[in-house]
Design a protein around this ligand. Structure first.
Ligand SMILES: Nc1ncnc2c1ncn2[C@@H]1O[C@H](COP(=O)(O)OP(=O)(O)OP(=O)(O)O)[C@@H](O)[C@H]1O
Ligand SMILES: [Mg+2]
Length: 163
């Protein structure tokens, strides 16, 4: 039976770490949906529509990957998508505690769905959206850590915010 997986996250903005994980996921699952959490309360830098668009641009060449947005319970959205696996990334031990808690809560909510953890390439193991935004806002160089289309949008967004 084909295995469909969901890769949920905030992706504000998508980084090369996220894209690395999507590529790895697309090789092991028959289909992978990147699911962008709609979380206006968190005051994201990019709207959910922009995040979906950026991820579509980054994953265009991967034919078994699609991008969608969701709100509410992740496992409910996974069920709606027919997903039996959830993909999450582990950069360092520090990610593990939170991811472990979430995986076990999700298992309680939806025992038929397995959480699968993958590690990114070592060169992306320190990359997070939050740190990228912070470094970029102080003028630091983040080339090589973001897909080129995301870097372009980030430049545009930060310029607009300063005006
Ligand atoms: N560089 C990376 N390598 C591997 N996995 C990653 C990387 N960045 C994020 N992930 C994983 O992707 C999933 C979604 O993460 P999320 O959208 O919170 O990104 P983030 O970079 O952690 O953003 P933030 O800094 O806002 O928390 C999580 O499982 C997270 O561990
Ligand atoms: Mg995070």
């Amino acid at each position: 039976m084909p295995v469909r997986a969901l890769y949920p996250g905030t992706f504000d903005p998508p980084t090369n770490g996220h894209v690395d994980l999507v590529q790895r996921g697309s090789r092991i699952f028959d289909h992978l949906t990147v699911a962008v959490l709609n979380n206006p309360g968190k005051n994201p830098l990019f709207s959910v529509a922009e995040r979906v668009e950026m991820l579509q641009e980054c994953t265009r060449t991967l034919t078994n990957v699609s991008v969608a947005m969701f709100d509410g319970l992740m496992v409910e959205f996974a069920r709606k998508q027919g997903a039996t696996a959830v993909l999450r990334g582990i950069r360092a031990i520090s990610d593990y505690e939170y991811e472990f808690q979430m995986a076990l809560m999700n298992r309680r909510l939806a025992p038929e769905i397995e959480t699968v953890f993958l590690q990114p390439a070592g060169r992306y193991s320190f990359v997070s959206s939050r740190m990228i935004k912070e470094v970029f806002s102080f003028g630091g160089d983040v080339t090589g850590l973001l897909p080129p289309n995301v870097l372009k949008r980030l430049r545009g967004r930060m310029k607009a915010e300063k005006q």
